[in-house]
Write a protein that binds this ligand. Structure first.
Ligand SMILES: Nc1ncnc2c1ncn2[C@@H]1O[C@H](COP(=O)(O)OP(=O)(O)OP(=O)(O)O)[C@@H](O)[C@H]1O
Length: 345
């Protein structure tokens, strides 16, 4: 649906080259809600702006619907761009025009008949929940309502792709959530492919099925949201994941460490849907250990659960050694938790 093939973009700034995108390879399938996340300066805005050639890449191909936009002549490019809607962090509405006229603008640009414009705009305003707001002006709307107008305008020409440039960054959490739910509905009901950039992993977690992590113009990690959240590999991804799923030692476990007995060891076990958690308990008990669950934290992302269990194992030295080698061999990720060093691999 959207494919970046070896896309690079270099800006010249004060005689210096800035490599904003470096050899980007990314495929967004039809129907995806694809999130691109990165810290400030990573290249996200440049990336999303290359999709409709607001920013022309220095090298590479941008394939949308089997057409390489970079090689299209102006008229064909204009036609192809109608298939790509975009919404912005600061909404970019025309302040001097009513809500109705803002949404009608893209239709008027392609010379749509008056009656058709009226019907389409009213239908879109109903869809985004602004049926009664047609004659208002942007400065009479809340941030969330402005973004709904932006969404209606982006959908006016029936695009197959919607680009979202930090579309919820200027909104409070509740409004953010309602806009994200609207985007999810649009994706589902109109089968529109969505590419969004954001610096908030919470946004990705709420609606995306795929995510790519950017740093210094590169994509450093990509995959299904649930896999990337459960098993982040790159340090930048880990930082983002920690922003929504802290991995500090829980206070309860810290306190317990201070009073644990000499025949007792504490383990942290990372669990995913595939981990056979119950058999771990069972097997440890059969090895002659007294097992207690000190703390558990589980998260659910797109119907996949993952998290961590903190177990205390009590038993003699031989049983402890058997348990340790059993846990190391088990497919779960296991770390012993100690008083001095915290977590030990
Ligand atoms: N027009 C430009 N001229 C020169 N350098 C630019 C231009 N646009 C972007 N850059 C540089 O390209 C790099 C990537 O910028 P970009 O805006 O794409 O990052 P970003 O991840 O979107 O950051 P933010 O979240 O702060 O918007 C930065 O180093 C930026 O300074």
């Amino acid at each position: 649906m959207i494919e970046f093939k070896n896309v690079s973009k270099t800006f010249s700034s004060n005689g210096q080259d800035v490599h904003a995108l470096q050899n980007i390879q990314l495929t967004i399938e039809k129907g995806d809600i694809y999130g691109v996340i990165g810290f400030s300066g990573a290249g996200k805005s440049t990336l999303i702006r290359t999709v409709n050639l607001i920013e022309r890449p220095t090298a590479g191909e941008i394939i949308v619907n089997n057409e390489n936009l970079v090689s299209l002549q102006p008229r064909a490019l204009q036609r192809a761009k109608r298939n790509i809607g975009m919404i912005f962090q600061h909404f970019n509405l025309l302040q001097s025009k009513t809500v109705f006229e803002n949404v009608a603008t893209p239709l008027r640009l392609v010379k749509t008949k008056k009656a058709e414009v009226k019907e389409r705009v009213n239908e879109l305003l109903q869809y985004v929940g602004l049926g009664d707001f047609a004659s208002r002006y942007p400065d009479q709307l809340s941030g969330g309502q402005k973004q709904r107008v932006g969404i209606a305008r982006a959908l006016a020409t029936n695009p197959a792709v919607l680009l979202c440039d930090e579309a919820t960054s200027a909104l409070d959490p509740e409004t953010t959530s309602s806009i994200l739910q609207l985007l999810k509905r649009i994706n589902r009901e109109y089968n529109i492919t969505i590419l969004m950039i954001t610096h908030e992993l919470g946004v990705v977690r709420e609606i995306c099925n795929k995510v790519a992590v950017m740093e210094s113009g590169h994509i450093v990690e990509q995959g299904n949201v649930e896999d990337v959240l459960a098993r982040p590999v790159h340090e930048t991804t880990k930082k983002f994941v920690r922003s929504i799923i802290p991995d500090d030692l829980p206070e309860k476990v810290k306190q317990y460490l201070g009073q644990k007995g000499s025949d007792e060891r504490i383990y942290k076990i990372d669990v995913t849907d595939e981990t056979e958690q119950l058999s771990v308990f069972n097997d440890l008990v059969h090895q002659g250990l007294h097992v207690s669950l000190l703390y558990a934290s589980m998260h659910e992302v797109r119907e996949t659960s993952f998290g961590a269990l903190y177990l205390s194992l009590k038993g003699n030295a031989a049983a402890q050694e058997t348990a340790r080698s059993y846990l190391e061999k088990h497919d779960a990720q296991v770390k012993e938790v100690t008083k001095d060093a915290g977590l030990v691999a």
